[in-house]
Design a protein around this ligand. Structure first.
Ligand code: NDP
Length: 333
């Protein structure tokens, strides 16, 4: 595939450009709002062209896909433009600022007949896939609860719009709670139904929350606890799934790299669970390409991105109101 990068972003520089190239794809251009930054970015990453106007980049008939990794408020208009130009779109999470915008993006892609996917990379990790398989095989019996530990320390080079700009989609809930919502849906195969939550600014957030804790109920009766933060240098990430016949303990698995340990504990003892160590983002691009070729599904579809956004927005509403909220998934549920 031949990709246009929309956004001279850190995530593209650190992971996605390499993931495209590892799949044998080309990155043909980058779009930046700043001509100098775009040019420098293109030079640094060996990208042939840099544009400031999205339409000019989209005019390239040789480009067949667009990767959107701008700040969150830009995803919606940029995705609609790319879809209208007939390009397949891989869009960063959160898909948009509102549920209605996210739904519009998914509907536009369906109407235009292009692939539209959400870059929820954790679904692509060998660790999460192994945990999902253990649950699906009944190895822990009926799932009672899932606890997600995703309180990290936001590295200094990412402490820009995320910690002080609500209009750009800042805050830990749109940044990390969306991932935890997707992980929950991926592992348990059902959609959170109700939410209670609290949020706070605990050192980094200025005008946005930098920490959140919430509890979700699932239609099966399982409960989920999710903890996200930008301010925890030594907490470590992980998740636990507890069932009637066993428990899964996964340490260090809420990460961008194929890291972490998984242990399955049951009546017969403890066993270490081994899993494939492929690159998460390379897998995401491979599955996106298969979907665009009509031979597969993206790891996370547009609908998955709508639902993870719906949960995150509900967590914020519940924290702001102090009340339990039903998750509003909008019309196309
Ligand atoms: P960045 O802050 O690195 O980039 C976002 C935008 O900020 C860029 O599009 C760029 O604008 C602008 N920008 C970049 N560098 C500078 C600078 N030095 N001065 C001024 N502006 C600058 O964001 P991230 O890469 O961290 O995140 C981008 C998106 O990707 C977000 O939606 C985020 O949620 C998502 N993300 C997803 C991850 C995942 O694993 N799925 C991981 C990390 C982020 P312009 O393009 O106009 O030059």
């Amino acid at each position: 595939m031949r990709w246009i990068l929309v956004g001279a972003s850190t995530i593209a520089a650190e992971f996605m450009i390499a993931a495209f190239r590892a799949n044998g794809h080309e990155v043909v251009s980058v779009v930046s709002s700043d001509a100098g930054r775009g040019r420098a970015y293109a030079e640094r990453h060996g990208i042939p062209q840099a544009f400031t106007a999205l339409d000019e980049a989209l005019d390239d008939p040789g480009a067949d896909a667009v990767y959107i990794s701008t700040t969150n408020e830009k995803h919606h208009p940029q995705a609609l433009a790319a879809i209208a130009a007939g390009k397949h779109v891989l869009c960063e999470k959160p898909l948009a600022m509102t549920l209605a915008e996210a739904r519009e993006m998914v509907a536009a892609a369906a109407a235009r007949g292009v692939t539209f996917a959400t870059n929820h990379h954790l679904r692509c990790s060998g660790s999460h896939r192994a945990i999902r398989d253990l649950i699906a095989q009944g190895r822990i019996g009926r799932v009672l609860s899932l606890r997600i530990f995703h309180a990290v320390h936001l590295p200094p080079h990412l402490q820009g719009w995320r910690i002080d700009n609500p209009a750009a989609g800042g805050g830990v809930i749109p940044d990390i709670t969306v991932h935890d919502a997707d992980v929950t849906r991926f592992l348990l195969g059902e959609d959170p139904a109700t939410v209670v939550a609290q949020m706070s600014a605990s050192g980094l957030g200025q005008g946005v929350e930098d920490s959140a804790m919430s509890v979700w109920t699932m239609p099966s009766g399982a409960m989920v606890f999710a903890h996200e933060s930008f301010t925890h240098p030594f907490a470590g990430s992980g998740l636990e799934v507890h069932g009637t016949e066993g428990s899964i303990f996964a340490r260090g698995v809420m990460t961008q790299r194929p890291l972490g340990e998984i242990e399955l504990v049951g009546a017969t003892g403890r066993e270490t669970v081994h899993y494939p160590g492929h690159d998460l983002y390379t897998m995401a691009v491979a599955e996106f390409a298969a979907a665009a070729a009509g031979t597969g599904q993206p790891a996370a579809t547009g609908e998955d991105g709508v639902k993870s956004l719906a949960v995150a927005l509900t967590v914020r509403d519940a924290a702001a109101s102090g009340r339990r909220q039903d998750v509003n998934y909008g019309d196309a549920r």
